[in-house]
Structures are given as structure tokens and as C-alpha cells.
Write a protein that binds this ligand. Sequence first.
Ligand code: ATP
Ligand code: MG
Ligand code: MG
Length: 547
Amino acid sequence: AITTPSNFIRNIIDADLADGRRTEVVTRFPPEPNGYLHIGHAKSICLNFGLAESYGGRCHLRFDDTNPAKEEDEYVEAIKRDVAWLGFDWGEHLYFASDYFDQLYAWAVQLIKDGKAYVDSQSAEQMRANRGTLTEPGVDSPYRNRSVEENLDLFERMKQGEFPDGAHILRAKIDMASPNLNLRDPAMYRILHAEHHRTGDSWCIYPMYDFAHGQEDSIEGITHSICTLEFEAHRPLYDWFIAQLGIHAPQQIEFARLNLSYTVMSKRKLLQLVEEGLVAGWDDPRMPTISGMRRRGYPAAAIRNFCERIGVGKADAWIDLSVLEDCVREVLNESALRRMAVLKPLKVTITNLPQPEMACRGANHPQQPERGERELLLTREIYVERDDFMEDAPRKFFRLAPGREVRLRNACVIRCDEVIKDDAGEVIELRCSCDPETFGANPADGRKIKGTIHWVSAVHGRQLPVRIYDRLFREENPDKAGDFRDCLNPESLHETRAWVEPALLDIAPGETVQFERTGYFTADAIDSKPGAPVFNRTATLRDSWAK
Ligand code: ATP
Ligand code: MG
Ligand code: MG
């Protein structure tokens, strides 16, 4: 069971259950299948499924597919995959708003018969002009007082496909002077001659979000319909339709959406990045999508922890991307096996290695001995990181420098005896001697070796592709100044190669390891081939991002 800190929504539910207003908790996650899910959706998923789980209720996965123009089956499948991967199970409670089209139509007819809806034939511009403003009341449409018979006839003919897009719309008859603009005769149905991903061309009129969403919730017996703050002013309308129809009344509760720094989250903008080739696809590891994060190697548990940590509130706030990255590191620190890989190689020759190959053992996870060890072969030629050597090293540089000693991780102590340079003066090799007494032991004479560096055998290691990812945007708020695409980080992807120890050749696609001292890396689930993984950098070891 999940232990979750309280939040204002839990307080509402607790009160509803205590006073008998509700006897169960039924929530829903209602994505529109017009794009892939992003980390903002994860917040809503964790909240809705988490509430259902902790109150012994249920959470529905409902595709809110009332807008045919932008919806596709590809998105339906991707969304299911992502919700399941996050660790949530909708069981048999998978629904499509399009399955309710007949019922929604019947309810619209009922409202017409009750004199609460009418067909308006003004142009879109007229309608906009007559809507009024926050300070000015709206103006009644000249069609507002059509007879029930005329409205029924026109609505039926709209459905039959007699009219082009935009010729008429069905509106609720509420109050053109309401201080809440959402109540000024809102649209219920529009004409749209478009192919729907599930209903094909059966319909050429489609319900508007405001007329569809509450009724969908009601049909499914939802008790608490949780949505983001921008729907707060729509709540009176949500309640109005349900009251007029006399059907089960869920309670709409609004919470603050997640905004994440260095990230855009609107599906429209993410689609733009994909379509314009600015990223490699919806699952590009730099994308804030669930599928991108999965491919990058973010564990589902880290995303769930993140959603819990940021909490649920009523005030819009920006969360720093580093909070998510910290959650990723926390989970991976426990789960990832330790391996050695060298990203910027410098050759080291160990001149006095007693045998051509010295067998050493390395713990798979130093804090979890039960996860065992792997064998490593130290050879005469190895690679170390270029940055672990300095020719003119300050006193406190506890790594390699002329005459200085360092411990090779899982092996022995070496001393840098000679620095070899090419004609341009670039250091190309270090010649070192080892202390053969220091395999698995401290130096016999008691001298202290302060530094330990990682290495890879030049004989047994292999060079593999590595993709170093960085933040996709340079600006904290990419939407702030003009076009968000202008602040894409040109260095968000750096492709390089790393020398890796042999154990890494058999890594399973999708598995994440820690390259010791370097970061967490995941074998790309798509581009890796058997015996030839391609690595994505999932996260650095520490929050080291500064630019
Ligand atoms: P976008 O504006 O990114 O396209 P949306 O709200 O139109 O998102 P939907 O598919 O309608 O996308 O969203 C499904 C659910 O996810 C909704 O209940 C919505 O409130 C919630 N949701 C979307 N974005 C966020 C966010 N940034 N934070 C929290 N919840 C979100
Ligand atoms: Mg939406
Ligand atoms: Mg949207």
C-alpha cells in the first residue's frame, strides 16, 4: 500500500465519506488521445489512481475522444502503455467518450425539448461579438427563441449532415448576462465533417468538452472528478448540465497543474518539436514525455515519488527540474549495478604488471553485497579518464600526476612514472608501475593512497556509442519570451563513445547501470543490439548542471 501525505483533495473525500455524501471513491484519468503523455499527466495519473487505491475505490482510464480532428489510435496505445508502465491498473475500467455519443445526443435532444438548448445560426464572428466581455453583458442571439420544433428539426438535420461545418451550433440556453462567461449560452454541439478514429464517419456533429465531460463522469459513476485549475470557472456549467438532466452528480475538484522548469508541456508544442524534427520523436530521451523519460532510463518509481513529493495544491507553482532529477538519482542509487566505463580515454601502460592479466573482482553494488561480484581482468594496457591526470597538479589533486600514486578501482595502486606526449605536446600515454602487494590490500608500509579512479582494460573492454543528454531548453521558462523553439539548448545531445568493461556488453536493453564516478546510463531500448548496446546518459551523479 502507498502511504501518501494528506492533501486538500483527501480532506474533501474524507469529509464526503464521513458524512455519508459518498460511500465510495471513483476517479478517472481522462486523456485526450491527441499526443503522448507527459510528466504533467503523470501528476494527474498518480493523483487519480493513488486516491482510488488508498480509498479502496477504482480509477477509470477514459479516452476523451470527442474531437476527431486531432485524435489517433497510435496515441491511444501509447497512453495505455505509459499508464501501465507507471504502475497503474485500470482493470476492466477502460472507456471511450465516443461510446457515449448516442447518449450525449439523446441528452441534447432532451434539453432542446425542455427549452434549455437551441440551434444558433450566427456566424462565429457574430457569436464572439455578442458574447460580451467581463464588464459588458452579452447580447441574445436572434435565434435564441426558436421554437422547440424548429430546434429539433435543425439539430436532427445537423446530425444528418445537411449543413457544412460552422453553419449552426447547438447552444445551452442559460443567461447571456451571466458574470461567468462560461454560462453565456455555451456551445454544446458543433458540426465537424471529420473522420473519427473510432466512429469513422457515423457522426458529423461532435459534443463540446463542456457538454461531454461531466456527462461522461456521470455515466461512469465518478464521485470525484479531478481536473486542473483552468476548469474552475467551468464548474458551474458542469453542475448545470447535470442538474438539468437529473443524473448522478460527481463533484469536480480543481488542483494546480504541474509546471516544470526548462520544459514545455503543452501537447501542441511537443507535437511541433516532433513534426519539425527538432527531436527524434515523442520518445526522444530529452522529451518530457513518459515514453521519453522511460527511454532515457527514468524509473517509474522515481516519477511516482516525484509526483508525491511535489504534492497537490491550489496555487500554480513552478517545480525545478532538479527535483525530478534528484528523485531519479535516489531510485537509481539503490537499483543500478555499478560498472566501469571511461568517457574520455587516456592510455595507461602498467610497465611491471606481474602477469599479462590479473584477475580482480568488483562488487556489483558496494552497499548491497547480496548482488554479487563480477570478474575484471587488469591488463598491461588500460584506459583511464583524461581528467584523472594533471601534469601540473595542485597539492590536493588526489589522482594521477607525475610521481603520484592512485588506486585503480577493484585492483591495485599505480604510480605515474612517465608522461608521453605527441609532437603537438598533447599527453597521449602514461607509463605507470604498480605495487603488486596492493591487490585487495593497503600498502604494506602504511602510506595512504587518497584517490581511487576507474579504468577499463584496453584488451577486454570495448568502445560503444554513448549519448550524453542535457536539458532540452536553455531557459527556465521556454514560453516566456516569444517562440519556445528559440531557446532550445543546442547542446542537449552530444554523441560520443566510451570504453566500457566487458560485463556491459550483455546488458539488457532498457537496463540502467551506474558508470562509477560518472553517472547513470541506460542501454537504449530501441537502438541496442545483442552484444552491442548503445547508452543514454540518464542522469549525472550529482546536480551539476550549471550554465
Ligand atoms: P495539454 O495542455 O498538455 O495538451 P491537456 O490537459 O489538454 O494537456 P488532456 O489529455 O486533456 O491534456 O489531459 C488529461 C488529464 O491530465 C486532464 O485531467 C488534465 O487536467 C491532466 N493534466 C494535463 N496536463 C497537466 C499538468 N501539467 N499537470 C497536472 N495535470 C495535467
Ligand atoms: Mg484536455
Ligand atoms: Mg491540450
